[in-house]
Structures are given as structure tokens and as C-alpha cells.
Design a protein around this ligand. Structure first.
Ligand SMILES: C[S@@+](CC[C@H](N)C(=O)[O-])C[C@H]1O[C@@H](n2cnc3c(N)ncnc32)[C@H](O)[C@@H]1O
Length: 221
């Protein structure tokens, strides 16, 4: 069990910043648009959605990525559950999640349904089966027996949170990816790209969001 909670400060624009990692939880420009560009389009979603689709994520944070994916899933007319597993070492208090998510009124209906049901580990909301695995992903991911069709790699910046980007963790990501499955991340850091390649992904550097020139996509052959 984890007894460490996220410790936050807030910018004037109401963006949460981690005190531990000295890094914002999402883009200072437009978190929702960045999530759509990097994690949805980066994994060819919603086009690849099909019944039983499973997304996994490193770093649950505010739940913004999950809510964006869930809204896209329902928007694509999917009626069964989207499976979403996220690995999180320092869970955010629900009140802080609510405060952060209030910046995205477009996601309001999904945030409300999620926050009503959220007790901190698992919830089943009909079209969403969410599992947040608490603990350091370096310990919890190797023990995970699931298999994801798409991964959202969303640690804090590799310079500030290098443990979430190291090659052996990326190898565990590859081991827990379905054949033909994908990864996407906002970073184009060379050591992350090389780590994904060493893990077995075919890696491409593509256009990033906003001020970030590049981001990274990978496919498991
Ligand atoms: C950029 S934030 C994620 C933002 C999130 N995806 C969202 O939609 O709000 C990075 C997250 O990684 C988590 N984290 C950092 N190191 C970790 C580790 N070793 N294991 C698991 N989670 C970690 C942080 O606590 C933080 O919530």
C-alpha cells in the first residue's frame, strides 16, 4: 500500500504543479488539446477502438488522460467498457483532482461521473473499467499480468522523473503490450526513444504539441 500522497502547488491558471518533481501535471498551454494530440492521435485513437480495448498508462495524476480517452470512447459510440489501467505512486486527493479538472468544462460530465464513484483504486462505470495500481511502477508493472493495446507514457519530464523512463521499465511496457500495440509520449528525449527501441518498439518521432517540436510514437511489430 502507498502512504504517499501527491503534494501540490497551483499556478495562477489553476494548473497543479508537483512539489516533489517540480513539474506541472499537464501542458501549461492547453492540457486537453495536448492529451488529444499526444496520447489519442499518437496511438491512432479513436480509430483503433474496438470492444475490449485496453489502455494502460504510467502516471494517473489528475485523471485528465483517462477522462479524455473515456469521452472519446463514448463519442465513438462504444457501448461496452473501455479498460483503462494506470500506474501511480503518489495519488492525488480527489478534491485536488476535481479542482484541476474544473479547467476543462468540456469533460465536466465525465469528470462528475468519475469523481462520484472514485474511492481510489478501481471503479466500474459501465463504459469504463478503471484500475489504478498504486505504488512505484518499477515494482508494480513487473507484477502486472494484463496486456494493453495502447500505452500512455506520461511521467513527469524525463529530466525530473528519470525513473519512469528507464530502459528496463520500458521493456516491461513492451512485455505487457499486445502484438501490434502502440505507445505514445509527449517527449522526444533521445534516451527514451532508444529505450523504447531496445524494448522492441518500432519508434517514430512526429510533430509535438504546441511549443514542443517533437513527440514519440512506437508500435510493437
Ligand atoms: C505528468 S503526471 C501525469 C498526468 C496524468 N496522466 C494526468 O492525466 O493528469 C506524472 C505522474 O507520474 C507519477 N509518478 C512519478 N513517478 C512514478 C513512479 N515511479 N511510479 C508511478 N507513478 C509515478 C506522478 O505522481 C504523477 O502523477
Amino acid at each position: 500500500m502507498v502512504d504517499q500522497q501527491a503534494e501540490l502547488s497551483w499556478t495562477e491558471d489553476r494548473i497543479p504543479v508537483s512539489d516533489r518533481f517540480d513539474d506541472p501535471y499537464f501542458s501549461l498551454e492547453n492540457g486537453l488539446a495536448e492529451t488529444r494530440h499526444v496520447f489519442l492521435a499518437g496511438n491512432s485513437l479513436p480509430e483503433r477502438f474496438r470492444p475490449g480495448f485496453h489502455i494502460a498508462e504510467l502516471g494517473f495524476g489528475t485523471g485528465l488522460n483517462m477522462l479524455t480517452a473515456w469521452a472519446a470512447w463514448e463519442g465513438a459510440g462504444m457501448t461496452g467498457p473501455l479498460r483503462f489501467t494506470s500506474f501511480e505512486a503518489y495519488p492525488m486527493a480527489p478534491g485536488d483532482m476535481a479542482r484541476a479538472l474544473a479547467a476543462f468544462p468540456e469533460l465536466g460530465p465525465w469528470a462528475e461521473r468519475f469523481l462520484k464513484a472514485w474511492t481510489g483504486a478501481r471503479c466500474d462505470l459501465g463504459t469504463l473499467q478503471l484500475d489504478v495500481v498504486q505504488g512505484d511502477a518499477r515494482q508494480t508493472l513487473p507484477e502486472w499480468t494484463g496486456r494493453a493495446d495502447a500505452w500512455f507514457l506520461d511521467g513527469f519530464s524525463p529530466a525530473k522523473n528519470p525513473e519512469l523512463w528507464q530502459e528496463d521499465l520500458l521493456t516491461h511496457v513492451a512485455n505487457r503490450t499486445a502484438p501490434g500495440g502502440t505507445v505514445a509520449t509527449y517527449t522526444a528525449a533521445g534516451f527514451v526513444r532508444r529505450g523504447l527501441e531496445a524494448a522492441g518498439f518500432a519508434v517514430t518521432r512526429v510533430q509535438g504539441y504546441g511549443r514542443k517540436r517533437h513527440m514519440t510514437q512506437g508500435v510493437l511489430p
